[in-house]
Structure formats: structure tokens, C-alpha cells
Design a protein around this ligand. Structure first.
Ligand code: F6P
Length: 344
């Protein structure tokens, strides 16, 4: 078998671990793997790199992706035929597409409508892909947030300050909730729940009145700035959309800090963690999950079970039809309830 591997969409810690696991599994069973560069663009343009034992040596701890990535969309680029023809032209028996929710959608469409032998592997620091309990990259991002909150505590405490930490999370608040819980945040704002500024300010004031002179608030970039009068505002970098057609989010941290400073009278500062959450070496958890995903993707290819996405259910790595991977997986609000016990 000759299996192609591509990475598409935003990068994420653990991508290289998946690539390595597929390549090593293939070599182990006498199969061949080939790297497709820059996502589906590489498939449309026959832009490949050799993948053997030597090329994947030492990549397990590396963040990013040795295959590069892009937002190339076969449909909008009028490249569906070129992508479909690549299988015949380049002797590909299967392609594993590692990507986020958008990539899973493209992969499903190419499988369903063109009958292409495709398998999906879910990646994103956001952990918002339906069909799997966890995506690799998420644990690493949560660790970055936790460490940042730990570090911010010392300055917040020394200066009696309010610190607002803006984290990633466009549609779902997984990073904010888990990172905030792990770091002991005093408030967590997520896209799933609109928390009025006044309510947050009251909690901060109550906390300060009972002797705590600092507070750390974590806010997901996709959370809304909400007010008690029902006004709800989304904060964006500008009115433009990004290469995927999504709004360019960012700035909620600073907007919230301004509102909280006004409402509480406490001096506030903002920290935007941004792409730091997506970079660097994956945690042990993410390396293992990514390796298990890669091994499972190889098995699916070997068995000819196409049109599926590998998934984690509980502690078991399994797979689900790509057709079931639709929409956004939002956070467990029960966990937010537990986090709230520590807020005021
Ligand atoms: O999906 C992962 C993610 O990091 C989101 O949390 C964030 O909104 C987005 O990607 C940022 O994308 P870009 O790298 O294009 O700015």
C-alpha cells in the first residue's frame, strides 16, 4: 500500500507525532508512506516529500508540522478533479488528512462525492471537534495557559491587580475552562455562556472584600462582552475575515479589563497568550494520543475503512464516520459549575 499523509488548517502540537506513527506503522508492515505538502494543495499539485524511517527520526517532540500546512480548499480553488486524479497519477491507495473541523468537512465531502479513499485524524488545540472526546494539542495548550496563570499570580499578588488572560477558543471555551480550572482562575468567560460584566465585577469585589487583593480572569477570544442590560458584543481585531472566512477575533481581554477596572476600581492588566498556546513541544499526553491516532489511522487504511475519522471515546481509540462529524463540540457546563465554586 502507498499511503499519503497531509496536514491542513492551523498547526498544533502533536502533528509530527501522528505523521511518525503512520510512517512507522506502514514501514513495519511493508507498506509505503508519502508526505503531501501544504494540505490538499500538495495533492492538487503533486507536491510531495519522501517519508521514511530517516525523515521521521527525531520529530516526535517537535511542534508544527514537517509537511507544512495551508488553508487550500479544493472546492473553492476549482481543484476537486486534480485532487481526485492524484490518486491514480501518483499511485495513492489512501490518504490520511490530519486537520480540524473544516478539514474534516472537506475530507467527508471528497469521500462522499468523489469516492476518494480518505481517513480523517482530528487535531486542534480548541478540542471542539464533534465525535471525539479529545483532540491532541489541547493538553499542551492547557498546560501553557496553566503555567501562564501560575506565573501571573506572583505579579497580580504583589501589585494587588486584576489580570485578564485572553486565551484561544473561537467557538468553544475548552482551553479557557480547563486552563482556568488548572490555574485556579477567579473567573472564566467562554463563548458558550454570556456572563455580564456587572456579575463578574461583583464577584471580584466580593473576593477583594474578603481579603484577596488580586484576581485572575480567563477569557476565551470567542467569548462575548455582555452587560446586565442585555447588550452583547463580540470583540474582533477588525471587520475582515481570515483565509478560512472566519471573523478575526481578538481584543476581548483588553475590552474586558477596561470594563472591569471601571466597574471595580481595581487596576487591571491584560495578557494575550495567542499563538504561544499552539507552539512548541507537545506534552506526553498529546504525544501518546497523537501516536495512537496515527496507528489507528494506519489500521483503517489497511482495512480499507475509508470515510472515517479516528476518535477517542473514554480511554479507547476508535473511529466514527466522517458523516457524523458535524458542528462544534461545546464544553461540559457541569465543569463550569464546579469552576464557579472558586470564583468569588
Ligand atoms: O483553531 C485553532 C485556533 O488556534 C483558534 O483557537 C484560533 O481562533 C485560530 O486557530 C487562530 O487562527 P490563525 O492562526 O489563523 O490566527
Amino acid at each position: 500500500m502507498r499511503i499519503g499523509i497531509l496536514t491542513a488548517g492551523g498547526d498544533c502540537p502533536g502533528l509530527n507525532a501522528v505523521i511518525r506513527a503512520i510512517v512507522r506503522s506502514a514501514i513495519d508492515r511493508g507498506d509505503e508512506a508519502v508526505g503531501i505538502l501544504r494540505g490538499y494543495q500538495g495533492l492538487a499539485q503533486s507536491d510531495y516529500m519522501e517519508l521514511d524511517q530517516r525523515t521521521v527520526a527525531g520529530i516526535l517532540p517537535l511542534g508544527g508540522t514537517i509537511l507544512r500546512t495551508s488553508s487550500f480548499e479544493p472546492l473553492t480553488e476549482n481543484a476537486v478533479d486534480r485532487v481526485a486524479f492524484a490518486f491514480e497519477r501518483d499511485n495513492l491507495d489512501a490518504v490520511v488528512a490530519i486537520g480540524g473541523e473544516h478539514t474534516m468537512e472537506i475530507t467527508r465531502m471528497l469521500h462522499e462525492e468523489e469516492g476518494l479513499p480518505l481517513i480523517g485524524v482530528p487535531k486542534t488545540i480548541d478540542n471542539d471537534i464533534v465525535g471525539t472526546d479529545f483532540t491532541f494539542g489541547f493538553d499542551t495548550a492547557v498546560h501553557v495557559v496553566m503555567e501562564a496563570i501560575d506565573r501571573l499570580h506572583t505579579t497580580a499578588q504583589s501589585h494587588d491587580r486584576l489580570m485578564v488572560v485572553e486565551v484561544m477558543g473561537r467557538n468553544a471555551g475548552w482551553i479557557a475552562l480547563h486552563g482556568g480550572l488548572a490555574g485556579g482562575a477567579d473567573g472564566i468567560l467562554i463563548p458558550e455562556v454570556d456572563t455580564p460584566v456587572e456579575e463578574l465585577a461583583e464577584a471580584v469585589t466580593r473576593r477583594h472584600e474578603r481579603g484577596k487583593d488580586f484576581s485572575i480572569i480567563v477569557v476565551a477570544e470567542g467569548a462575548n462582552l455582555a452587560f446586565a442590560n442585555g447588550e452583547v458584543r463580540q470583540v474582533r481585531v477588525n471587520e475582515e475575515t481570515d483565509e478560512y472566512g472566519y471573523e478575526r477575533l481578538g481584543g476581548i481581554g483588553s475590552a474586558l479589563a477596561t470594563e472591569l477596572e471601571r466597574a471595580t476600581g481595581y487596576e487591571a492588566r491584560t495578557v494575550v497568550l495567542g499563538h504561544v498556546q499552539r507552539g512548541g513541544t507537545p506534552t506526553a499526553h498529546d504525544r501518546i494520543l497523537a501516536t495512537r491516532y496515527g496507528a489507528e489511522a494506519y489500521e483503517l487504511a489497511r482495512e480499507g475503512r475509508f470515510g472515517r475519522m479516528v476518535a477517542l471515546h473514554g480511554s479507547e481509540v476508535t473511529s466514527v464516520p466522517l458523516d457524523e462529524v458535524r458542528g462544534i463540540k461545546t464544553v461540559d457546563l457541569e465543569l463550569l459549575g464546579i469552576a464557579k465554586r472558586f470564583f468569588a
